[in-house]
Design a protein around this ligand. Structure first.
Ligand code: ADP
Length: 455
């Protein structure tokens, strides 16, 4: 009969499941680039490549005070942004955590909640503003795929990141939000509706002219970049000048959805997908973003519990509940500075009532590293697809990045950079990711200012 597998044997198995070779990455990049092009050609493609009606880069001279509201996935943020010109700004913000219930309640209730938070913010921070009957311009950062006809409009194509509020998909969220603002008498005028990636792209370019791409690694994963209007065939009928520019919100989290031909999905990825509220959708995002990495890890653990490899004789019900293992725990495990892996001990005893051996803890940390590294390398594939499509490699460019996964997961940026070098060779070093903090809020304000100037 077979001898008992050691933790090292288990690790080898997961290494082969989660490791992405440079060759495999290049294949993904090629398919990705093709998908991006398709999305620009016509409506209704898997990766929708949404025209944002943000025309070109900011001048840097935009000024004024704007309120920005950011509905991101985990938190609702309200900011007051004062643009001072010359690439300078000031920002004051408050955060409200969204409960899982709020992500499923009636759509109107969600927007009412946003309006009420705005009202509280206006009452406490803007009491001194002499409005004199005027309204404060608002940039609304709503980071779900919306089809736009103009900047202050957006029809929700579909919810992502676990949201499921009824009666919003297919509706103009700007109009819904305006009626909530009116209901609560908030003296605010929605002037622009954007995505956090577009905000990050624009805010970052305002301070760093090398910025060409904006990427978010948070609850979800997505990117935006600036495209020549002539290269967006699907909006030809608008008659905009071909040599003008417009930001594109890729909604790249949808890459490889439905067909599942390109990404090396494991059975854990498939399990997450099939038990999600949106099976088959957001295939790329489900391998990468903060909402799912902890769950991938947990599913591996559950498999090992089931086949009797770990926690024999212990009560494992706590860790067997879906989504109880947060991605932040993977960060903590990877960052554990002690030889005995005491942080890992703490996580397992405190949250799940489980005893661990040192060999198990070393395995858990190695597993976290595999899952976190795969996410970073897949992200590099998406960035590489835009870089290659736009011809940015030789000159190089900066990629503005934000989100907790990017800013808090140890080594995530380095792993993305390594991925880019694996794809492009030494020239991959020309592409640098840069942390762009508060991009969604500041970007929203800058775009609101750009919109006001165009009017
Ligand atoms: P948003 O919801 O606006 O994208 P964040 O950028 O903060 O907000 O992303 C939240 C996601 O990041 C959650 O899915 C959460 O699990 C994950 N996360 C939070 N803290 C960490 C951390 N320390 N390391 C890795 N992921 C984290």
């Amino acid at each position: 009969h077979a001898t008992k597998k050691t933790m090292a044997d288990h690790l080898r198995k997961y290494e082969s499941l989660f490791t992405l070779t440079p060759q495999r990455m290049r294949m993904i990049v090629d398919a990705f680039e093709e998908t991006l092009d398709k999305g620009l050609q016509k409506e209704g493609e898997v990766v929708p490549m949404i025209p944002t009606f943000v025309f070109g880069w900011p001048k840097g001279s935009e000024t004024g005070s704007y309120v920005a509201l950011d509905l991101g996935g985990t938190n609702l943020r309200v900011c007051l942004v004062t643009l001072q010109g010359g690439g300078k700004f000031e920002i004051t913000q408050t955060k409200y955590r969204l409960s899982e219930e709020q992500k499923q309640e009636e759509g109107e209730a969600l927007f009412d909640f946003c309006a009420k938070c705005l009202k509280t913010f206006v009452d406490s921070y803007l009491a001194d503003f002499d409005l004199d009957g005027a309204t404060i311009p608002l940039g609304f950062t709503f980071s779900y795929p919306c089809e736009q006809e103009r900047i202050d409009h957006g029809r929700l194509i579909r919810w992502t990141k676990g949201f499921g509020n009824p009666n919003v998909e297919g509706h103009d969220v700007a109009a819904m939000f305006r009626s909530s603002l009116a209901k609560f008498g908030v003296p605010i005028e929605l002037v622009s509706l954007i995505n956090d990636t577009t905000g990050t792209l624009i805010a970052s370019q305002y301070v760093n002219p090398r910025t060409r791409i904006g990427v978010i690694f948070g609850t979800g994963c997505n990117a935006a970049y600036m495209e020549k209007i002539g290269n967006i065939p699907k909006i030809k009928q608008l008659g905009l000048p071909d040599d003008g520019e417009m930001a594109i919100n890729c909604e790249w989290g949808a890459f490889d959805s439905f067909s599942h031909e390109h990404l090396p999905r494991t059975k854990y990825d498939i399990d997450i997908d099939q038990s999600s509220n949106k099976p088959d959708e957001q295939a790329f995002e489900k391998c990468i973003s903060g909402r799912y990495l902890g769950e991938i890890f947990r599913l591996v653990i559950c498999e090992m519990i089931d086949d009797g490899s770990i926690f024999l004789g212990q009560n494992t019900y706590k860790i067997e509940k879906p989504y109880v293992l947060e991605t932040a725990f993977l960060s903590l495990m990877e960052a554990d500075p002690t030889d005995e892996l005491l942080t890992v001990v703490g996580i397992f005893t405190h949250f799940y009532g489980l005893e661990t051996t040192l060999a198990e803890r070393q395995f858990f940390r190695a597993l976290a590293k595999l899952i976190g590294t795969r996410a970073a390398r897949l992200s590099a594939c998406g960035i590489a697809a835009i870089v290659s499509k736009m011809g940015y490699l030789d000159q190089g460019c900066d990629v503005a990045a934000d989100g907790s996964l990017y800013s808090k997961y140890p080594g995530f940026p380095d792993r993305v950079h390594q991925g880019l070098t694996d794809i492009f060779g030494p020239k991959g070093k020309n592409i640098r990711t840069v942390h762009a903090e508060d991009g969604s809020g500041v970007g929203s304000a800058i775009i609101a200012a750009m919109t006001n100037e165009r009017r």
